[in-house]
Design a binder for this molecule. Structure first.
Ligand SMILES: [Mg+2]
Length: 183
């Protein structure tokens, strides 16, 4: 199978895992969707690099403690590793800066870092997420994008259709993985 994407960038909350309150501050509240790894194993046929890019402004507002975020990150790395899924890195943006060059999506900062760290060709990469900011940053970087209707996806759908141009809109990550060759 050819690796059609240099990397697949994944949002975290609402994309690979449940987003219950809009933020998560404990490992016991962090739950992957039940289909997440089935979907990732399919997606792994089309890339050999996964990157997680997640806005966690709760760190700045005090809703999230860095120790708890680090525990969640370790858990995510372990779960990918168990299944031989090549997760290169989890990038998180801990601030509210929304400018084009900043880390927080729709800023491109986390993507530029990933490109430098792992020599990724962003124009040959895919962004998958459930928020308008995931689609906006993908559009800015000429990436392919898939918008998911999980998480906050349904609430953002109209705005995404007005302002962005996703290559595909999927019910969830599993649906996206099964339709990947059509985008
Ligand atoms: Mg999200």
């Amino acid at each position: 199978m050819s690796k059609i994407f240099d990397a697949i960038f994944l949002d975290r909350d609402g994309t690979i895992s449940h987003d219950i309150y809009g933020y998560i501050n404990s490992l016991s509240d962090y739950n992957f969707f039940d289909y997440t790894f089935e979907a990732l194993e399919i997606l792994n046929k089309y890339t050999d690099k996964f990157v997680i890019v997640t806005n966690q402004s709760g760190l700045a507002s005090g809703k999230i403690d860095i120790e708890n975020l680090e525990k969640i990150n370790s858990f995510i790395y372990q779960e990918f590793e168990k299944r031989d899924l090549p997760l290169k890195k989890i990038y998180f943006a801990d601030n509210y800066d929304e400018g084009y060059n900043f880390m927080r999506k729709p800023g491109i900062g986390m993507f530029v870092k990933a490109k430098e760290d792992f020599n990724i060709d962003l124009s040959k990469s895919l962004m998958i997420g459930d928020s308008i900011v995931d689609m906006q940053v993908g559009d800015r970087l000429n990436m392919k994008t898939i918008f998911l209707l999980t998480g906050f996806g349904k609430e953002y759908l109209n705005e995404v259709q007005e302002k962005c141009d996703p290559n595909f809109i999927a019910k969830d990550l599993l649906h996206a993985s099964k339709e990947i060759t059509s985008i």
